[in-house]
Design a protein around this ligand. Structure first.
Ligand code: SAM
Length: 255
């Protein structure tokens, strides 16, 4: 049965590939990959595949390659940076494949905001600070629904993650402050998380714009806003508290 694999290859470091992703990449007959965001070391794992850089192709051309190759019973991989489900434009492809009777499977990958949190050494959901992560982007040529305006989302004062937006960081800061984050709120920008040339810039809503501009970072970065970046205080978790019982452990101390 003809099938296409949408494979997430993680944020960049080849050692962050899943075992499943690596096996598929090595066995693939055809690989369509997301150009600049996938390192050469990962592309080199394609031992025998015909390679196509998706950055140079339009939707219809990509679809034709996926469809024709799958119909010839080839092992076809559409290789995405990070995880395919995050800003990966896969739905338009999977729906069209279904229409012509081709199956698909998605292999998840480590998305770049998780690699960024790891590089920062941070926990994104810190008890006593926030239990919520909002993943979004600033509006540019791609429209963002009005109800998802940054100033509206910022009202929650949760951890906010921005993809595809570092070149718009001054708008993000303005909107975040308008929504209620104090100027002293910690912010991090992580450029090319997990790559050899990774850069981490930390600051506050008050000074991050200048710091990011000074480093000349205009693409391939994740912005994280919220107290979790540099918490003044937080609470210990209930889960590991000695007064807390749960299905796998009784409390050691009765509170
Ligand atoms: C088209 S989106 C694809 C996101 C990808 N599917 C993922 O899960 O990470 C591209 C954006 O992802 C972010 N990005 C991708 N790789 C990154 C990395 N290694 N470090 C920081 N940000 C990255 C940047 O915000 C970039 O503009």
């Amino acid at each position: 049965m003809a099938k296409v694999y949408f494979v997430g290859c993680g944020p960049g470091d080849p050692e962050l590939l899943t075992v499943k992703a690596k096996k598929l990449i090595q066995k693939a007959d055809v690989v369509v990959y997301s150009g600049s965001l996938i390192p050469k070391e990962i592309i080199k794992l394609c031992k025998k595949a015909e390679l196509y850089d998706a950055a140079k192709l339009v939707r219809e051309e990509i679809f034709e390659i996926l469809k024709n190759s799958a119909q010839k019973e080839k092992l076809v991989v559409r290789l995405h940076d990070g995880d395919p489900s995050i800003y990966g434009a896969i739905r338009e492809q999977t729906d069209n494949l279904k229409k012509v009777g081709i199956e698909y499977e998605i292999i998840p990958g480590i998305t770049s905001f998780l690699a960024s949190a790891a590089s920062l050494g941070s926990e994104l959901t810190l008890p006593g600070v926030t239990q919520t992560i909002i993943v979004t982007r600033a509006e540019s040529r791609t429209k963002v629904p009005k109800r998802e305006k940054i100033s509206e989302l910022a009202k929650h004062k949760a951890t906010m993650i921005f993809y595809l937006s570092v070149h718009l960081i001054s708008n993000i800061v303005k909107e975040a402050i308008k929504g209620g984050y104090p100027k002293s709120t910690p912010v991090a920008a992580v450029y090319r998380a997990s790559w050899k040339d990774e850069k981490i810039i930390t600051g506050t809503l008050g000074d991050i714009v200048k710091k990011v501009r000074d480093e000349k970072i205009t693409r391939t970065a994740i912005i994280i806003i919220g107290d979790i970046v540099n918490p003044k205080s937080y609470e210990y978790s209930r889960l590991y508290d000695k007064t807390f019982s749960h299905g796998f452990r009784k409390a050691q101390v009765i509170s």
